[in-house]
Design a protein around this ligand. Structure first.
Ligand code: ZN
Length: 94
Protein backbone atom coordinates (compact mmCIF):
# COMPACT_ATOMS: atom_id res chain seq x y z
CA UNK A 1 0.00 0.00 0.00
CA UNK A 2 1.44 3.38 -0.96
CA UNK A 3 1.09 6.25 1.48
CA UNK A 4 -0.31 9.61 0.39
CA UNK A 5 2.41 12.16 -0.29
CA UNK A 6 1.48 14.13 2.84
CA UNK A 7 2.22 11.17 5.08
CA UNK A 8 4.35 12.31 8.00
CA UNK A 9 3.52 16.00 7.51
CA UNK A 10 3.25 18.13 10.64
CA UNK A 11 -0.32 19.09 11.58
CA UNK A 12 -1.01 22.42 13.26
CA UNK A 13 -2.67 22.46 16.66
CA UNK A 14 -2.33 20.51 19.87
CA UNK A 15 -2.97 16.91 20.74
CA UNK A 16 -6.27 16.71 22.70
CA UNK A 17 -4.76 14.05 24.96
CA UNK A 18 -1.35 15.45 25.93
CA UNK A 19 -1.71 19.08 24.80
CA UNK A 20 1.58 19.09 22.90
CA UNK A 21 2.11 20.44 19.39
CA UNK A 22 3.14 17.01 18.22
CA UNK A 23 0.47 16.09 15.69
CA UNK A 24 1.34 14.65 12.31
CA UNK A 25 -0.45 13.05 9.41
CA UNK A 26 -0.14 9.35 10.07
CA UNK A 27 -0.89 6.16 8.26
CA UNK A 28 -4.11 6.23 6.26
CA UNK A 29 -4.40 10.02 6.61
CA UNK A 30 -5.21 9.90 10.32
CA UNK A 31 -4.02 12.77 12.52
CA UNK A 32 -1.81 11.17 15.14
CA UNK A 33 0.27 12.33 18.10
CA UNK A 34 3.99 11.70 17.67
CA UNK A 35 4.87 11.60 21.37
CA UNK A 36 5.76 8.16 22.68
CA UNK A 37 4.53 9.14 26.16
CA UNK A 38 1.12 10.27 24.87
CA UNK A 39 -1.64 8.26 26.54
CA UNK A 40 -4.02 8.60 23.57
CA UNK A 41 -2.20 9.34 20.29
CA UNK A 42 -5.32 8.86 18.16
CA UNK A 43 -7.41 11.34 20.19
CA UNK A 44 -7.30 14.00 17.45
CA UNK A 45 -8.61 11.59 14.85
CA UNK A 46 -11.40 10.47 17.18
CA UNK A 47 -12.45 14.09 17.68
CA UNK A 48 -12.49 14.71 13.93
CA UNK A 49 -14.56 11.61 13.33
CA UNK A 50 -16.92 12.11 16.26
CA UNK A 51 -17.43 15.73 17.42
CA UNK A 52 -19.29 14.55 20.54
CA UNK A 53 -15.98 13.11 21.69
CA UNK A 54 -14.76 16.64 22.45
CA UNK A 55 -17.43 17.05 25.12
CA UNK A 56 -16.77 13.54 26.42
CA UNK A 57 -13.02 14.14 26.55
CA UNK A 58 -13.60 17.38 28.44
CA UNK A 59 -15.91 15.63 30.88
CA UNK A 60 -13.41 12.82 31.38
CA UNK A 61 -10.68 15.35 32.10
CA UNK A 62 -12.87 17.01 34.72
CA UNK A 63 -13.73 13.65 36.26
CA UNK A 64 -10.07 12.66 36.34
CA UNK A 65 -9.29 15.87 38.21
CA UNK A 66 -12.16 15.31 40.62
CA UNK A 67 -11.05 11.73 41.31
CA UNK A 68 -7.51 12.93 41.99
CA UNK A 69 -8.89 15.44 44.49
CA UNK A 70 -11.03 12.83 46.24
CA UNK A 71 -8.11 10.40 46.33
CA UNK A 72 -5.89 13.02 47.92
CA UNK A 73 -8.53 13.80 50.56
CA UNK A 74 -9.02 10.09 51.24
CA UNK A 75 -5.27 9.69 51.72
CA UNK A 76 -5.29 12.57 54.19
CA UNK A 77 -8.21 11.03 56.03
CA UNK A 78 -6.60 7.58 56.19
CA UNK A 79 -3.35 9.09 57.45
CA UNK A 80 -5.24 11.11 60.08
CA UNK A 81 -7.02 7.94 61.27
CA UNK A 82 -3.71 6.06 61.40
CA UNK A 83 -2.15 8.86 63.46
CA UNK A 84 -5.15 8.90 65.80
CA UNK A 85 -5.02 5.13 66.26
CA UNK A 86 -1.27 5.22 66.87
CA UNK A 87 -1.63 8.08 69.39
CA UNK A 88 -4.49 6.54 71.33
CA UNK A 89 -3.21 2.99 71.09
CA UNK A 90 -6.66 1.59 70.47
CA UNK A 91 -6.97 -1.65 72.42
CA UNK A 92 -8.98 -3.66 69.96
CA UNK A 93 -6.75 -2.79 66.99
CA UNK A 94 -4.91 -5.77 65.56
ZN1 ZN B 1 -0.52 13.44 22.42
Amino acid sequence: MTQPSHFGATVQGRCPACGKTSLFLGEGGYVTCARLDCLHPEAATELLEQPDALRITSTLAQLTGAVAGVTARLDEHVNAVKRAVATRGVGDAR
